[in-house]
Design a protein around this ligand. Structure first.
Ligand SMILES: NC(=O)c1ccc[n+]([C@@H]2O[C@H](COP(=O)([O-])OP(=O)(O)OC[C@H]3O[C@@H](n4cnc5c(N)ncnc54)[C@H](OP(=O)(O)O)[C@@H]3O)[C@@H](O)[C@H]2O)c1
Length: 312
């Protein structure tokens, strides 16, 4: 790995974070059905208690509610918590100033003067990557964010962001992309390798493939709502992978499939940020850190994953 800039080193020390998309989202996650604010509060506090020190949110999650809840929960802990949030480049946001305005609104909801990581959520037009990165430089200069990240950027988009920041003497801290045992595009298209070379932290979102890798869903028991439709074709081959993950987890002192899925990502050099709807899920996910799968186990899981994803 290349040298990691001092300013972004903290992100490389963190093994695992907590995702906060579930906090208030009704459309995909059905907030209010089966879990509520109190369950999320407990998930947050349990994560902190278990040693998780990074929370990932976004201005669009629950329409601001996720940031507002995080702001309230932060007041309940003395522990230092790293906060990452995101800017959505909506098509009506047509100037650099809109990023600073959005960041100030996020900070107000979070009750903070500065976030640790501010990310561009998607590489959407019409404004160029360079323009948003220049706005990010201003946000760092004003002390509103400690570091700059991107999300859902492909290799060439990430390089554009990297080069623009570099011209201003700033490092690109991270690229947050979809990565799990059931979606290994970043391994195959070179993005993960390039991130390692550049010292850019690859943050893995949907690391449990939206719940599929927890082992609780299958062809007879699909996930509810939109997820059921989205994963219809993958579900029939899933039990084979889950069964092997269970066996591997057993050999590590009774680790669950979720913990194996997250540890596999840690072993690959990514930073997974699983979402949790309650304390039990949060505690289990936190147990994915602090140990390692063997090389042989990783290889075997890679092969099984290839077989299954090619079948769908
Ligand atoms: N940058 C982006 O564009 C982007 C996109 C997506 C996500 N993200 C970030 O990544 C985070 C994580 O991704 P994600 O939320 O899509 O999916 P995920 O972490 O792969 O899956 C989370 C879901 O799995 C289930 N679950 C989690 N832990 C469990 C456990 N131990 N046992 C049983 N079930 C468990 C819960 O849902 P059920 O109980 O309902 O199954 C939970 O809501 C998000 O919160 C967000 O911060 C970013």
């Amino acid at each position: 790995m290349s040298s990691i800039p001092d300013a972004t080193r903290f992100l490389h020390v963190v093994e695992l974070g907590l995702g906060a998309w579930q906090w208030g989202d009704r459309f995909i996650w059905q907030f209010g059905q089966g879990y509520d604010e109190e369950a999320i509060r407990e998930a947050f506090l349990a994560s902190i208690q278990a040693g998780v020190r990074l929370v990932d949110t976004a201005e669009v999650y629950g329409n601001g509610r996720s940031e507002r809840l995080l702001g309230a929960f932060l007041k309940e802990t003395e522990e230092p918590v790293l906060v990452a949030t995101k800017f959505m480049p909506f098509p009506w946001r047509l100037s650099r100033r809109s990023l600073l305005r959005a960041l100030r609104n996020s900070l107000e909801r979070l009750g903070l003067n500065q976030v640790d990581l501010y990310q561009i959520h998607w590489p959407f037009p019409p404004l160029s990557i360079e323009t948003w990165m220049e706005a990010m430089v201003e946000a760092v200069e004003k002390g509103l964010t400690r570091t700059v990240g991107v999300s859902n950027y492909n290799l060439s988009q990430m390089m554009q962001a990297y080069a623009t920041l570099q011209r201003h003497g700033l490092p690109l801290a991270s690229n947050q992309v979809k990565y799990s045992l059931l979606d290994r595009r970043v391994e195959k298209n070179g993005l993960l390798a390039r991130c390692k070379e550049l010292g850019v932290r690859l943050i893995a979102y949907s690391p449990l493939e939206m719940g599929l890798l927890t082992g609780k869903y299958g062809p007879e028991n699909p996930p509810p709502g939109v997820r059921g439709t989205r994963y219809r074709r993958l579900l029939p081959s899933l039990p084979r992978l889950i069964e092997r993950m269970r066996q591997i987890g057993e050999a590590h002192g009774g680790k669950s499939p979720s913990q194996v899925a997250l540890n596999w990502l840690i072993c690959k050099g990514a930073l997974p940020i699983p979402g949790a709807k309650n304390a039990a899920q949060a505690i289990q996910n936190a147990g994915a850190s602090g140990w390692r799968l063997s090389e042989a186990e990783i290889e075997e899981l890679d092969e099984l994953s290839d077989e299954i994803t090619q079948e769908k």
